[in-house]
Design a protein around this ligand. Structure first.
Ligand SMILES: Cc1cc2nc3c(=O)[nH]c(=O)nc-3n(C[C@H](O)[C@H](O)[C@H](O)COP(=O)(O)O)c2cc1C
Length: 202
């Protein structure tokens, strides 16, 4: 079966209320089209990240990205957990996402991780607009990543990310992950996290 004939996955959220189509369509793929990401598209992703809000406009986010075939890509793969290594090499681009831990006055930037997340939200939706799937990964050995990529003191690698155009073939994944990839996306109901007036025990 070639890529054109292969089963492609769509995981449109079954929303309770109508929302922006890109949010409905987004999911975290483990299979990607076998094609590099165009450089102009990568710049658009970083541009979307660039214009995110951040506490005091500190813009604490930093990224290291690597294209498949490069030495940096191989190094990045070696920082991933065994589970993530089992699928993330399907991605044409891998990335480390880091944030600066201190403010310019040397105080702890308590909101640094928040701002990194917000900027990655921007990037993820921009990616969706360009038919690029982003799969965020906590399963990364950040100590190894700091060492291999000479991340300076004061910065912390929070996650790794696999990116690529949607359209990979399901068959590229081991059987258990094929099932996972085809599963319906599910979420807790709004009443369990959006509380009016008082905190509610659920
Ligand atoms: C911060 C973060 C860390 C994650 N870490 C991993 C990971 O290490 N490996 C993995 O396969 N998926 C990881 N995921 C993906 C989540 O499992 C996924 O977003 C969640 O199951 C919801 O699925 P959806 O994104 O397709 O809606 C991570 C997601 C986020 C946001």
């Amino acid at each position: 079966m070639n890529t054109e004939e292969a089963i492609q996955v769509e995981k449109i959220a079954d929303t309770t209320h109508e929302i922006f189509a890109l949010i409905k369509q987004r999911y975290s793929p483990r299979t990607f089209k076998n094609a590099p990401i165009k450089e102009a598209h990568l710049h658009q992703l970083f541009e979307a990240a660039r214009w995110a809000a951040s506490s005091n406009n500190l813009q604490p986010w930093r990224f290291i990205y690597a294209e498949k075939g490069s030495e940096a890509y191989t190094k990045l793969v070696s920082c991933l957990s065994d589970f993530n290594q089992s699928w993330a090499t399907n991605a044409p681009v891998l990335m480390l996402a880091a944030y600066q831990e201190k403010t310019p006055s040397g105080q702890e930037n308590f909101h640094g991780l928040h701002d990194l997340g917000l900027c990655l939200g921007n990037m993820t939706l921009q990616a969706q607009y360009q038919n690029i799937g982003m799969h965020h990964m906590a399963g990364v050995d950040w100590k190894k990543a700091h060492k291999l990529f000479k991340v300076p003191a004061g910065f912390h690698v929070a996650t790794a990310i696999a990116l690529g155009y949607y359209g990979g073939a399901l068959e590229e994944l081991p059987e258990d992950l094929q099932k996972e990839e085809s599963k319906k996306r599910a979420r807790m109901p709004q009443k369990d996290f959006a509380f009016k007036h008082t905190w509610k025990e659920i």
